[in-house]
Write a protein that binds this ligand. Structure first.
Ligand SMILES: Nc1ncnc2c1ncn2[C@@H]1O[C@H](COP(=O)(O)OP(=O)(O)OP(=O)(O)O)[C@@H](O)[C@H]1O
Ligand SMILES: O=P(O)(O)OC[C@H]1O[C@H](OP(=O)(O)OP(=O)(O)O)[C@H](O)[C@@H]1O
Length: 213
């Protein structure tokens, strides 16, 4: 028997997609974690222990080594800038990070930008030589231009439904987002066989899916 791998799993929309992927890879992880309030879930039968975390905190648990591996969106990795080893692009929870505004938006001096991703937004506007004031929000970002808090927002677009229903337009897509498998750098060395086996099993399923496209 190998060592137990501690896995930081994000609660919410990624969990559902990730659990489906794990199961396709032959790793029978539970699908009903949302129905319980339990946060640490021992799964000795598959050599794992799940830590159910808020998505944005996953890289923190992995960097500090309290989780050996984790699943997290590229958006969070870009924003949090934690020292973790990115093992695999899982290809799930696909969306993009974009700059968004009302259709009549015009460039101006010292504009305000609202976002859940202040580091990503600040870097983007710095690189584009635009001076903006970045305002951090925690959700419903699309509200900000509608009610005059900000001129533009930086947020995720998946289907575009939120934009359409609020009369907003995408000015530019900054980068593509999918969920990633990440590992703690020390764990990756110490529990290499176990972690690599999980990564390989997932990669096989992802490659088969890509080939079928
Ligand atoms: N509309 C979307 N389509 C696809 N993936 C998305 C979408 N929105 C977010 N994601 C991905 O899912 C991750 C988690 O999003 P989710 O909405 O579950 O959590 P959250 O809003 O950060 O957390 P919480 O709801 O607990 O505050 C994001 O970091 C991103 O990678
Ligand atoms: O293009 P769409 O398919 O409409 O998806 C994009 C929306 O999904 C995310 O919001 P989420 O559901 O996480 O809500 P919140 O960030 O406002 O809490 C994102 O912040 C957008 O608002």
């Amino acid at each position: 028997m190998g060592e137990i791998i501690k896995v930081a799993m994000p609660k919410g929309r990624i969990y559902k997609k990730a659990s489906a992927l794990f199961r396709e890879a032959g790793i029978q992880i539970p699908t009903d974690v949302d129905e319980s309030r339990k946060l640490v879930i021992p799964l000795p039968e598959i050599g794992m222990e799940f830590i159910l975390a808020k998505p944005v905190d996953v890289p923190t648990y992995v960097e500090y080594g309290v989780a050996d591996i984790g699943i997290v969106g590229k958006d969070v990795l870009m924003e949090e800038n934690r020292d973790v080893y990115e093992l695999l692009d899982l290809g799930i929870a696909r969306c993009r990070m974009s700059v968004i505004a009302l259709p009549d938006w015009k460039p101006g001096i010292q504009q305000r930008v609202a976002t859940k991703y202040p580091n990503v937004a600040s870097q983007y506007f710095r690189e584009h030589g635009q001076q903006v004031e970045v305002i951090k929000l925690n959700g419903s970002i699309e509200l900000a231009p509608l009610i005059g808090l900000a001129d533009r927002i930086v947020d995720m677009v998946e289907t575009g439904q939120t934009l359409r229903e609020n009369g907003l337009v995408e000015l530019e897509s900054i980068f593509e987002i999918t969920s990633r498998l990440v590992a703690n750098r020390v764990s990756y060395r110490m529990k290499n066989a176990e972690i690599q086996a999980v990564s390989d099993a997932l990669e096989k399923v992802i490659t088969a899916k890509n080939d079928a496209r």
